[in-house]
Design a protein around this ligand. Structure first.
Ligand code: GUN
Length: 289
């Protein structure tokens, strides 16, 4: 069994990005910058945003944090997004999800300027991806694709089964892997809470991706020997330990390759966010000059 080490690969991608950032700075005299917006006090979201900003620093990007109380009215959040849309130093805007219940996420996501939408969640970037002309790929699914490709796992022609149809992971991952493009061309099946017999589908897969947020959901009897398993889940158990959506030890015994949790997909999400922010800076500077 081969461990798909996302921590190591994310460090490699960060080094590549850091070099590209320095080239960008010497060419344009400006530093790519990411503005993170955090609303409320969800502890997991605070950690994610802290790690995203730390990663920006590591690669020489500017980063700003706008931390707002949970009671912030939607109109105020929209005003902040508008201000960031107009700020020429800000190339990428990241509104950490989930947002407090009184705020409509779709409205906020749509308010982010499409060229600054480095999460790739907005309708323009999702539409471009669905139409086969991607601009910014959503970070977690893009990280899954990179983990496969850079470990020489063939996606072309593979049977990929994704468990989970979220807008953040499952749905965009299906769009990415079914693209008519190098590093994609997979036959993709998406299973979800209303799928009749999930093990029937996962057992056919060359590559299984699980992203449903249920601790140790994928068990060893649900995969075929030699399958590749990508675990997008991060679940905190009552005893404080972190586990993925995959029952790691038994599944690792029969998989040919598997991602650990933590240290698998998580660090890749952040690496791809940096990649998108650099792309965003390039697009915006080149558009203006
Ligand atoms: N919440 C969980 N994953 C993500 C992500 O990739 N981006 C943002 N903005 N929020 C998230």
């Amino acid at each position: 069994m081969h461990l798909l080490d996302g921590k190591q690969l994310a460090a490699t991608i960060r080094e590549e990005t850091a070099q590209a950032v320095e080239e960008f700075v010497s060419r344009h005299g400006k530093r790519p910058g990411l503005a993170a917006v955090l609303v409320g006090d969800d502890p997991a979201s605070h950690i994610y945003v802290k790690n995203k900003r730390k990663a920006c620093e590591k690669v020489g990007m500017a980063s700003w944090l706008h931390s707002l109380p949970a009671s912030t009215p939607q109109a105020e959040l929209l005003q902040l997004v508008q201000k960031l849309n107009q700020d020429p130093q800000v190339h990428g805007i990241l509104v950490q999800l989930p947002l407090p219940k009184h705020i409509d996420e779709a409205t906020v996501v749509r308010a982010v300027s499409p060229l600054k939408d480095v999460d790739g969640f907005g309708p323009e970037n999702l539409g471009l991806l669905a139409a086969g002309h991607p601009r910014y790929l959503p970070c977690t699914p893009h990280g899954c694709q990179q983990l496969l490709l850079r470990n020489n796992i063939e996606i072309d022609g593979a049977n990929v089964v994704i468990v989970g149809r979220s807008n953040i992971v499952g749905k965009p991952l299906a769009l990415i892997l079914m693209q008519k493009a190098k590093g994609a061309n997979a036959t993709v099946t998406v299973c979800h809470s209303r799928t009749r017999d999930i093990p029937h589908w996962t057992r056919q897969a060359d590559i299984v991706v699980v992203a449903i947020g249920r601790p140790r959901f994928l068990t060893a009897d649900m995969i075929r020997p030699g399958a590749v398993v990508i675990d997008v889940g991060i679940n905190r158990l009552e005893d404080g330990s972190l586990v993925g959506d995959v029952d790691f030890e038994p599944v690792a015994k029969i998989a040919s390759a598997i991602t650990p949790v933590p240290g698998g997909v998580g660090p890749m999400t952040i690496a791809m966010l940096l990649h998108n922010t650099l792309c965003a800076a390039r697009l915006q500077i080149e558009q203006r000059s």
